[in-house]
Write a protein that binds this ligand. Structure first.
Ligand code: DX5
Ligand code: ZN
Length: 214
């Protein structure tokens, strides 16, 4: 199965975002990763529904929305309207099973995200409700951090369990992905690579192509 690439716009220059999205589509990106931060669940604030709505109106690329917000059920309907893949954190204080079901009911693909402190075993019983699981390979909140190698074992454990349960769940990795770490993540079981600072550079097209070739 071909690896999917989901560039994170967190490292973008927002004034030239429209051009960058066109370049990313032309380079063969599969999704666009949108990091929503509330300054409470994570110590940073990014953007919300209005920005995602504009991106959706401008592009056909599926939107992969990563909510880093406290008690995400409070805003799920609004985000479902502008998302294709909609993910939230296991640790964020919602009823995880109910929220995964609601996301599917609202017509989006459901994604459950785990922070570096969460063991993969904690979400095994939720896997049948997930279309994707996102493993954070940095502490959520900021781009440009160093990849945590401990996340590789988590990917493998999840890959094995998804197989054991006979499920079709994408396995996404987010944080510190570049030309060196991406092959390791793919080998450990990742099927979707998020990359922010690595892709948003002068070599955007070449770097997307390199990631896609893995
Ligand atoms: C961090 C975000 C990431 C971030 C990744 O909390 O979830 O999506 O943009 O950035 P890089 O690829 O630079 O680590
Ligand atoms: Zn993210």
């Amino acid at each position: 199965m071909a690896i999917k690439i989901s560039p994170s716009i967190l490292s973008a220059d927002y004034l030239t975002l429209a051009d960058d999205i066109k370049r990313l589509e032309a380079a063969g990106c599969d999704m666009l990763h949108l990091d929503v931060m509330d300054g409470i669940f994570v110590p940073n604030i990014s953007f919300g529904v209005p920005v995602i709505k504009s991106i959706k109106a401008h592009s056909n690329i599926p939107l992969d929305v990563h909510l880093m917000i406290d008690r995400p059920h409070r805003y799920i309907k609004e985000f479902a309207e502008v998302s294709d893949w909609l993910g939230f954190h296991f640790e964020a204080g919602s009823d995880n099973a109910e929220l995964l079901k609601e996301i599917r009911k609202l017509g989006c693909k459901s994604c459950l995200t785990i922070k570096p402190c969460t063991a993969p075993e904690e979400i095994f019983d939720l896997l049948p409700l997930c279309d994707m699981v996102l493993v954070m390979s940095v502490e959520p909140g900021f781009g440009g951090q160093k990849f945590m190698p401990q996340s590789l074992d988590k990917l493998s454990a999840l890959r094995d369990e998804i197989k054991r349960q006979g499920l079709n769940v994408e396995l996404e990795i987010d944080g510190g992905i570049n030309g060196e770490t991406a092959p390791l993540a793919v080998k450990a079981g990742a099927t979707v690579l998020v990359a922010g600072s690595y892709v948003f550079s002068d070599e955007m097209t070449d770097r997307v192509k390199l990631l896609k070739s893995l």
